[in-house]
Design a protein around this ligand. Structure first.
Ligand code: ATP
Ligand code: MN
Length: 480
């Protein structure tokens, strides 16, 4: 007999059939009602056992956490809360779980803190919250590839080990196979990387952008979706040391096209999750509303999770230049009352997350795209505007998240790029290959980077980025 998934069984199309369902016991009540889950859906199926038919020794092993197989007839349910249930004829214990030990874990059915769940990341897939989050993460992954595939983009796998450290997006992790206790040295006492595996210094990538640009200048529309590493020692709810980044790069797109792409892409993925993850979203929506109610009124979200997602899909993002944003912030109440930790007193300062959140959550109450930033707070490859002091950069800011996308129109002019690299102390011999693309058929092009976990945070309403990736890597934490 082929296994029926819980999702299929609950779809209620095979009432009267003999089926076999396998999964993990969530609860077992009154020696009679098993709530069984196999991860195919947030919902459990109820299996009703007749304790006269089932062996005493088996009944004893039907405990929370155990893995079992149930065979029986799928029938219309008399009880409340489910439409169908299984009238169990046979139960087999596939993997037992000692109740004494289960009680010490997060499988014990009661409310646990997210901190505790993180310490037991190997078991958190078994909880409703995390199974919902990871099913949604999967759906969002599919939506990402579907969007780009439908729109004529090619997926490019850029390298994870990189020989350049010029991108400057963050602190890098070194990659080496030298003996750290006894590394070879040059005459002046420095480590001799010419004897390392790659015969040069190498790092884990902080972004696939520069390589994606090379591909875009031949294939026109490309995107990457891969792991990215930053040794940032910032213990925030928005930063991981290992995260997944999506980086589209498009030849012939200027900054306006780039903003259009970011907006249409974000809306597509969110709509896909709304359409395909109804049960999980409803569960997380309820959770979100409860969490918000526990917050002080000023910090509380006015909308439920599902309302928030619909509102992002249904409304245009506000587009605003950096200069306009500075004016709004300078004249804002919190700035005048000295409420910002970093007061906004003039043009040229980098925006802190408190400023971004003020714009998005208090002033506009919708996603905001900021563009044309001061050149000296942005990366060397962003295209210089005619004013000579701003660059064609853009950041997309989301409510509750802050920066979700960072991108730009790229500097396509050979001489301007060369001068900027020199001014920013970026060695040409490191990036000769990047510069060369500006010599051979250069053209206007743009792209952006989207942190996938920040997007999953937004669609699931999870407050901490560590709770939307199965095994988070953060300072001091690399277990599992
Ligand atoms: P932030 O200011 O939030 O640190 P950033 O300016 O360093 O972001 P970029 O270098 O532009 O970010 O990277 C592009 C996108 O990657 C960001 O918009 C964000 O969504 C995501 N991102 C950046 N750093 C991290 C991180 N440490 N963990 C998770 N996502 C990140
Ligand atoms: Mn950063």
């Amino acid at each position: 007999m082929a296994r029926t998934t819980v999702q299929e069984a609950l779809a209620n199309t095979s009432v009267g059939a003999e089926i076999e369902v396998k999964g993990w016991v969530r609860t077992f009540r009154s020696n009679r009602f098993i709530a069984l889950n196999d991860g195919s859906t947030i919902n459990n199926i109820q299996a009703v056992v007749d304790f006269e038919k089932i062996d005493e020794s088996i009944l004893k092993q039907i405990n929370t956490g155990a893995c079992i197989s149930v065979k029986g007839e799928l029938v219309q349910s008399m009880g409340k809360g489910q439409s169908v249930e299984i009238q169990a004829n046979a139960v087999e214990v596939l993997g037992s779980a000692d109740p004494e030990e289960v009680r010490k874990t997060i499988m014990q059915p009661k409310k646990h803190s997210l901190d505790l769940l993180r310490e037991q990341a190997h078991l958190r897939f078994r909880t409703n919250t995390f199974s919902a989050v990871f099913r949604i993460r999967h759906a969002a992954t599919i939506a990402v590839h579907e969007y780009f595939n439908k729109n004529g983009f090619y997926n490019i796998h850029t390298p994870i080990i990189t020989g350049s450290d010029a991108e400057g997006a963050g602190e890098m992790f070194k990659v080496t196979n030298l003996d750290l206790n006894n590394p070879p040295k040059t005459e002046d006492g420095a480590i001799d990387y010419s004897q390392d595996f790659f015969e040069k210094e190498t790092n884990l990538t902080v972004s696939g952008q520069l390589e994606a640009e090379l591909a875009a200048l031949a294939l026109s529309k490309v995107y990457t979706f891969g792991p990215t590493f930053r040794a940032e020692n910032s213990n925030t709810s928005r930063h991981l040391a290992e995260f997944w980044m999506i980086e589209p790069e498009v030849a012939f797109n200027d900054l306006d096209d780039n903003m259009d792409l970011a907006e249409s892409f974000l809306k597509y993925v969110i709509q896909y999750v709304l359409d395909n993850c109804k049960d999980d979203l409803e569960f997380l929506n309820e959770r979100f509303v409860k969490e918000e109610q526990a917050k002080p009124k000023l910090e509380r979200s006015e909308m439920s999770l599902i309302e928030k997602l619909n509102s992002v899909v249904d409304n245009n993002f506000v587009r605003l230049s950096y200069t306009e944003a500075i004016e709004i912030l300078r004249n804002s109440k919190p700035n005048k009352k000295g409420k910002f930790k970093f007061p906004v007193d003039g043009w040229g300062v980098d925006l802190q997350s408190e400023h971004e959140r003020y714009l998005v959550e208090k002033h506009f109450k919708c996603p905001v795209v900021l563009y044309d930033y001061p050149a000296n707070i942005k990366a060397f490859y962003m295209r210089l505007n005619d004013d000579g002091k701003t660059v064609r950069a853009m950041d997309v800011l989301f409510p509750g998240i802050g920066e979700i996308v960072g991108g730009s129109q790229r500097e396509e002019r050979y001489d301007v790029l060369k001068d900027k690299m020199a001014a920013m102390d970026i060695e040409e011999k490191e990036l000769w290959w990047y510069l060369e693309t500006r010599k051979f058929g250069t053209c206007v092009h743009s792209g952006f980077g989207l942190g996938f976990e920040r997007l999953v945070q937004f669609v699931t309403g999870m407050g901490n980025i560590r709770d939307v990736i199965p095994f988070p890597r953060t300072p001091g934490k690399a277990e599992f």
